[in-house]
Design a protein around this ligand. Structure first.
Ligand code: BGC
Length: 749
């Protein structure tokens, strides 16, 4: 670690606040250069200091606009996420950027969150694995990541002030889990604290979060930076472990820190540590700079196209309407403004100025040279003055006259953004009207969607045979859509979040967005499919769902439990006629667990590319640590000894094969005492058998009055404290029996 010995208090304090909007302070006299940062995450938002803003308002230099996290996540492809990370590093080097502000691995708690487009998934494993792959790719090329927003930043409503009130187990297993994985598997150069409070304490000054958990438990040794403007009390933030305040607070932050040290409120050694971390980051960044770096924008455009292809999810394809024949002399009506003016990224601090922009209309026209392509915008986008009725009538006519109608619908930019949440899941009214009329005029209507957060499909999906969810597809999304529509590419995207039937079904519905400054995470662990599947709630499309132009069969499931975890092997066959990719998903359930568990949880996945007729064995390795739950009584992770259920399938509801695996527990159950219930005693490995012996005495004494095991009376006795049972008049257990029993379990056998 770089030392800051010899620096004055003022110099050290100056290092711990930014200089300007995007830089850290430099101390050239002692060889500490400035670090340059930029948003992030799906492309470089490079602004001059004069034009700086963190709201996506001012201009930024042209950079490749890759599809945002929602789309990348739907690829389930870690190798691809790594390649995107590397490409982003090359662009960062070319522009002299040392740290790219991403990825965002916050969990999609509710589909309403305005920033869901920037986050990966409702599932912590998928979010963490993809986030780690992205960071590893970026940092392998010498550019630092900023893992954000730490933590429990799951809504935009009141994001600067709201307290996310989350119970310990849920926080660990759901909301912190992706951060933990990225920190431990990829070591991001920086971690960015969030704006909100976590259980009442601002993330920026939450010592438990920034120091005890992040550094103490996870071993993090990088730098913690504030989200832009998240610092409330600079001295408290520093004491909690927030090294760098961004952007600059001028003299305010450093003065506050100095005063706090001079008055003895803050220990100077804390400042030394944080200043040294800033100096260390600067040293690391300077050593990795590549001033001559260049990148090929066309190559990156092609990579953006690959992600858009891989991330699109074919939700529905009745009668195999798709793919369309690219060589047929057909009439294709392309309808919807988004075909000509794509909605391809989200709004806010992540907004990128693309190097190029493909539109689907041009790409479709080029992909089907024998077809007659007509276009009708169909609806206005964010333009209240436009004549929606006229646009609709023209589009419906175009649809009626065509052999196939391809209808581009989605959320206008004004519907979703960083900074606010949606209030409903509906597409705009005029689009829904258009859809109803086009679908009535042409039964061969394909809907292509562009949206960052999920939209409700249940009101209209039955009217059209095919739906392709393209998400926000980045700057090459138009070409990617044509690749998929005409079968140049075979869809392989899978949902990284459930599409619910209606808003009222969503797990956080009753607690959203909170009241009096508090958002109670009342649904607990039951986020996304963990909720829908455990409660058996019908959904439009389950987590993990996505169709292909071919089919896959699963056979021969094998599980092998070892000391390090679980290997799950299955044979997957491409049973159709096209080359395709299957995302094999492994879910684990814990029947008989002593704690509350979701019906099943994603514990691993893998991708396999198969030729028609080809069969391949794939193995998913589940490390033992991933089987652990957070035991709140012990305040530690614990693997429970159980016969786990292992389900392998193509979505959380399309489970093709099931097996079991016996995994030994790594923690003794808590030692019971006189006030523990009979049930707890019986479940204890030492106490259970010993007590069973004593119960013979009770059986003998009670004779016919002994409640038979399994009877309703017995079940109510199970809940009684042992001391209570011993005091029952006819029960022959005395204090000596109890003392002996307790001594036995304390001695461990
Ligand atoms: C956002 C961050 C972003 C930062 C800098 C904040 O408003 O929450 O994600 O990196 O601004 O633009």
């Amino acid at each position: 670690m770089t030392t800051v010995a010899g620096l004055s208090l003022g110099e050290k304090a100056a290092l711990t606040t930014g200089r300007g909007w995007w830089h850290t302070a430099a101390l050239p006299e002692v060889g500490i250069p400035a670090v340059r940062m930029a948003d992030g995450p799906h492309g470089l938002r490079l602004q001059t200091e004069e034009e700086a803003d963190h709201l996506g308002i001012n201009e930024s230099a042209a950079a490749t606009c890759f599809p945002p996290a929602v789309t990348l996540a739907s690829t389930w492809d870690t190798e691809l996420a790594g390649r995107v990370g590397r490409a982003l590093a090359h662009e960062s080097h070319a522009h002299g950027v040392d740290v790219l502000l991403g990825p965002g691995v916050n969990i999609k708690r509710s589909p309403l969150c305005g920033r869901n487009f920037e986050y990966f998934s409702e599932d912590p494993l998928l979010s963490g694995v993809l986030g780690a792959a992205w960071v590893n790719g970026l940092q392998a090329e010498g550019v630092g990541a900023s893992l954000k927003h730490f933590a429990a930043n799951n809504q935009e409503t009141d994001r600067m002030t709201v307290s996310a009130d989350v119970d310990a187990r849920t926080l660990r297993e759901i909301y912190l889990a992706p951060f933990r994985r990225v920190v431990t598997e990829a070591g991001p150069w920086t971690v960015m604290c969030s704006y909100n409070r976590v259980n009442g304490v601002h993330a920026s000054q939450n010592r438990w979060l920034l120091t005890d958990v992040l550094r103490g438990e996870w071993g993090y040794d990088g730098l913690v930076v504030s989200d832009w403007g998240a610092v409330v009390d600079r001295a408290r933030a520093l004491a909690a472990g927030l090294d760098l305040e961004m952007p600059t607070s001028g003299a305010a932050g450093p003065t506050h820190v100095r005063t706090a040290i001079e008055t003895g409120e803050l220990d100077e050694r804390l400042l030394d540590t944080s200043a040294a971390r800033v100096a260390e980051l600067a040293r690391k960044a300077a050593a990795q700079r590549r001033p001559d770096a260049a990148f090929d924008p066309s190559e990156h455009h092609e990579l953006a196209r690959e992600v858009a292809v891989r991330g699109a999810v074919l939700l529905k394809n009745e009668g195999r309407l798709l793919p369309l024949d690219p060589s047929a002399a057909q009439r294709i009506a392309v309808i919807g403004e988004f075909a000509r003016t794509p909605r391809y990224q989200g709004a806010g601090s992540s907004k990128v100025t693309p190097t190029r922009l493909d539109d689907a209309l041009t790409a479709i026209t080029a992909a089907a040279p024998a077809a007659t392509v007509t276009f009708a915008p169909g609806f206005p986008v964010d333009d209240p003055q436009a004549n929606a009725d006229g646009l609709r009538a023209e589009a419906v006519q175009a649809g009626a006259d065509a052999d196939v109608a391809v209808l581009f619908l989605g959320l206008p930019a004004s519907f979703e953004s960083e900074g606010f949440d949606r209030e409903h899941l509906e597409l705009p009214e005029e689009q829904l009207r258009l859809l109803a009329e086009v679908a009535a005029a042409n039964p061969r209507t394909v809907v292509v969607l562009a949206n960052g957060g999920v939209v409700r499909l249940s009101g209209w999906m039955g009217r059209v045979p095919a739906v392709l969810e393209g998400w926000l597809a980045g700057q090459a999304g138009g070409s990617a859509t044509a690749d998929l529509l005409f079968g140049a590419a075979n869809p392989s995207g899978r949902l990284a979040e459930t599409i619910p039937l209606r808003l009222a079904d969503t797990p956080a519905h009753l607690d959203w967005p909170g009241e009096n400054g508090h958002a109670a995470y009342g649904e607990g662990l039951f986020v996304g499919y963990r909720y829908y599947d455990t409660r058996g709630i019908e959904v439009s499309f389950p987590f993990g769902h996505g169709l292909s132009y071919t089919d896959f069969g699963y056979t021969n499931l094998r599980t092998a439990a070892g000391d390090d975890g679980l290997d799950v092997t299955v044979a997957v066959t491409n049973t159709g006629r096209r080359t395709g990719r299957e995302v094999v998903q492994v879910y684990v359930g814990a029947p008989g667990s002593r704690v509350r568990r979701p019906a099943r949880e994603l514990k691993g996945f893998t991708i396999t590319d198969l030729e028609p007729g080809e069969t391949r064995d794939v193995t998913v390795r589940i490390p033992r640590t991933d089987l652990a739950y957070f035991d709140t009584a012990a305040g530690a992770w614990a693997v429970e000894g159980l016969d786990y259920r292992v389900d392998v399938g193509a979505s959380s509801r399309d489970l093709r094969l099931s097996g079991a695996a016996t995994v030994p527990g790594d923690q003794a159950v808590p030692t019971p005492d006189a006030d523990s219930s009979l049930a707890v005693w019986l479940a204890h490995p030492v106490g259970g058998p010993a007590l069973d012996g004593l119960l013979d005495k009770v059986r003998a004494a009670l004779g016919e009055n002994y409640p038979g095991e399994g009877s309703s009376r017995y079940r109510s006795v199970l809940g009684m404290r042992l001391s209570q049972i011993a005091r029952l008049p006819a029960v022959p257990l005395n204090q000596d029996d109890l003392d002996r029993l307790i001594a036995l379990v304390r001695a461990g056998g």
